[in-house]
Design a protein around this ligand. Structure first.
Ligand code: PBG
Length: 295
């Protein structure tokens, strides 16, 4: 029998600059962008419901071509991590490592061109490693690279170790598909690509073998947790990954899935249980708080 437990839920949060802010995301009713002060209040509530882990996404004060706000010491995520760590001793703080919310063009990489998706891999890996180190310095327990760049886990592992963060873990967004279920998230952080799409770096949903290869590769590069994303339409991938690999497996119940099941308690419990049954050890879901009241 597979029954959901609160321990395996991870609640994602969007953090903005400023004070006293709490802005609802239109396409995700019940989900907000919080400034750090309000985030603390919100996480206190989540913790009281039993939530042990959060995953942070930042919305920077300014975007630029290189996404340089992503690795600033006083960047919005870095500030949020410090504040959470000061306020809660037993909270696992995870941070998204990507550029798309920070670049003016909305792509997850440093580009060589202002008109085309021509990725500068070396510069991108350097930037991702810098982001991860800055988040670790702020106190992040787990960094979660979601850019789908080749060898990103390796680059981040090396940079963390070099800077004395051997204990910081990596959760790879290993099998991340180019999905139509990310729309509301892109509204939340304003990361819809200004030109082109993400099909050159995210996976084609018509194939499954590549997803398993990507997971294997991330494990070889040092990922402590691997992920399949989205979750619901990818239960087959979760199941195969669970049979094949021993490392903890996470499933990301993404924003478009949130919108579909918002307010539908019984259906929600059923589909989240299916994600677990398919093999997920951890479930990242915007429904996390709501679900604690149902199980
Ligand atoms: C960015 C990122 C995305 C999500 C998490 N990290 C979106 C994307 O690839 O455009 C989506 C999460 C969601 O839809 O809930 N690298």
């Amino acid at each position: 029998m597979r029954k959901l437990s609160v321990r395996e839920l991870i609640m994602p949060y969007f953090v903005v600059e400023g004070k006293g802010r709490q802005e609802e995301i239109k396409s995700m009713p019940g989900i907000f962008r919080f400034s750090v002060d309000n985030l603390i209040k919100e996480v206190k509530e989540a913790k009281n419901l039993g939530i042990k882990s959060v995953l942070l996404f930042g919305i920077p004060k300014k975007k630029d071509f290189y996404g340089s706000e992503a690795y600033q010491k006083d960047g919005v995520v870095q500030k949020a991590v410090r504040a959470l760590k000061e306020n809660f001793k037993d909270l696992t703080v995870m941070t998204d490592v990507c550029l798309c919310a920070y670049t003016s063009h909305g792509h997850c990489a440093v580009l060589k061109s202002e008109q085309r998706v021509d990725i500068d891999l070396k510069a991108t890996l350097d930037a991702l490693a810098r982001i991860a180190v800055s988040q670790a310095e702020a106190g992040a327990d787990v960094v979660a690279p979601s850019a789908m760049m080749k060898r990103q886990v390796k680059a981040i592992r090396e940079a963390l170790d070099k800077n004395g963060f051997e204990k910081v873990k990596i959760m790879g967004y290993s099998a991340k598909f180019a999905s139509n279920f990310y729309g509301p998230f892109r509204e939340a952080v304003g990361s819809a690509p200004a030109f082109g799409d993400r099909s050159s770096y995210q996976l084609d949903y018509r194939y499954s073998a590549q997803a398993l290869k990507e997971i294997e590769q991330d494990i070889e590069e040092g990922a402590d947790i691997v992920m399949v994303k989205p979750a619901l339409a990818y239960l087959d991938i979760l199941w195969q990954a669970k049979q094949k690999f021993k490392v903890p497996l996470a499933a990301y119940n993404v924003s478009g899935e949130y919108s579909l099941f918002h307010g539908k308690k019984e259906q929600l419990l059923e589909v989240l249980t299916a994600i677990k049954r398919a093999g997920a050890d951890l479930i990242i879901t915007y429904h996390a708080k709501e679900i604690t009241k149902l199980i």
